[in-house]
Design a protein around this ligand. Structure first.
Ligand code: BGC
Length: 360
């Protein structure tokens, strides 16, 4: 009897253990494939995208790649793109509209890194995750900041100038607006290289709203100071385009070295023509494709009430108050020696476009 009872007891224990294991593996299954666990709140995924403006060449590409990648991953998903035309109040009301419309996730290229606090609070209250695309949104604890290594952008610009030999060791900075958090990161990288190489920065002008005409206006008023300046660090290639035009009016083009960022077509043409030392190539396709992948994960979390983690996001960055998840891509310095491998082979611009004005 004793023995039989012991056997039954053992069997009971084994079956209880098996039940526990089954339950645990069931939980595991639910966590892996948790999308099917809860009825979605909406019939399709809605991604709200708010863009500063399309004035600068790159943003249309960012937006197009983002939308087509979303469609490739989830053909039923909808991307509602709002263009704020560089106006912060418009951007705030567009974000509020997207929240009201029931967006499952917001992807924002902010105009002013400090200007979206209230809208971000509303998104949080509505349970809508936010991706800060390319520019960090400060003090808002967004769910993800995806960008390039912006400090490295500045470092690469600085190094290219130092390598090009600066006779008088004097440079001028014509940067983007301080409202764009990328600007201070670029400045950090650039000024460090200047400091380390004893190069004097004679001034750092910030072009409001990234308006290139502001930078050229500054130049026109400071032609005297330009006499012994070796180089101008332009906040981006669009500023560089206007700056070079302005310099040629004062017969200074070619005498002053120029660097920029974005690998805009005109800048790439200038690099092969020898009128711009370098530009920084930021593979925006990669940025937009990864952002689309993350937006879908976060948006589906909202729809299905899940908490699926973002894959490959291993860093954080301080937004002033919170450490937010940070995914970044390394930028690449482009000069006349590597433009073929970096720009043409990647398909960013074609050979015909880049070498349009070069005759052999
Ligand atoms: C981006 C640059 C762009 C600039 C103006 C910055 O935040 O990093 O790539 O040229 O905005 O739109």
């Amino acid at each position: 009897m004793k023995v039989r009872f012991g056997k039954i007891k053992r069997l009971e224990v084994i079956s209880i253990l098996m039940c526990i294991m089954l339950l645990l593996s069931g939980c595991q299954g639910a966590a892996d494939d948790d999308k099917a666990a809860v009825e979605p709140k909406s019939d399709h995924l809605l991604i709200g995208m708010s863009i500063d403006s399309f004035l600068i060449e790159r943003w249309q590409r960012d937006c197009d790649v983002f939308v087509s990648e979303v469609r490739a991953i989830d053909p039923n998903a909808e991307v509602n793109v709002q263009n704020a035309n560089g106006d912060i109040d418009t951007q705030i009301s567009q974000i509020k509209y997207l929240i009201e419309k029931g967006a499952d996730v917001l992807v924002i290229v902010c105009i002013d890194s400090d200007g979206l606090g209230e809208a971000m609070k509303e998104a949080k209250e509505a349970g809508i995750p936010v991706i800060a695309y390319d520019r960090l949104i400060n003090n808002s604890n967004v769910d993800l900041y995806i960008s390039f290594d912006n400090e490295m952008v500045g470092t690469l610009m600085g190094e290219a100038l130092v390598d090009s030999e600066l006779e008088n060791k004097k440079v001028l900075m014509l940067s983007g607006p301080t409202e764009d958090s990328n600007v201070s990161m670029i400045e950090k990288g650039f000024t460090k290289v200047m400091r380390d190489n004893d190069v004097e920065i004679i001034d750092n002008f910030h072009a409001a709203g990234w308006r290139a005409e502001e930078a050229s206006g500054y130049l026109s008023q400071h032609t005297r100071e330009l006499e012994d300046v070796d180089a101008i660090m332009c906040g981006n290639d669009n500023i560089a385009t206007t700056v070079i035009r302005t310099l040629s009016e004062s017969r200074l083009a070619g005498k002053i070295k120029i660097v920029g960022q974005d690998a805009d077509l005109e800048a790439c043409q200038r690099v092969v023509e020898g009128t711009q030392v370098m530009t920084v190539y930021k593979p925006v396709e990669k940025l937009a494709q990864n952002a689309a992948r993350f937006a879908i994960t976060l948006g589906n979390n909202t729809r299905f009430g899940t908490t699926t983690a973002l894959k490959d996001v291993n860093e954080t960055i301080s937004d002033g108050t919170y450490n937010v998840p940070y995914y970044y891509i390394e930028p690449i310095a482009v000069n006349e020696n590597n433009i073929d491998e970096t720009i043409i082979e990647s398909g960013f611009h074609t050979r015909d476009e880049v070498y349009l004005n070069v005759t052999d």
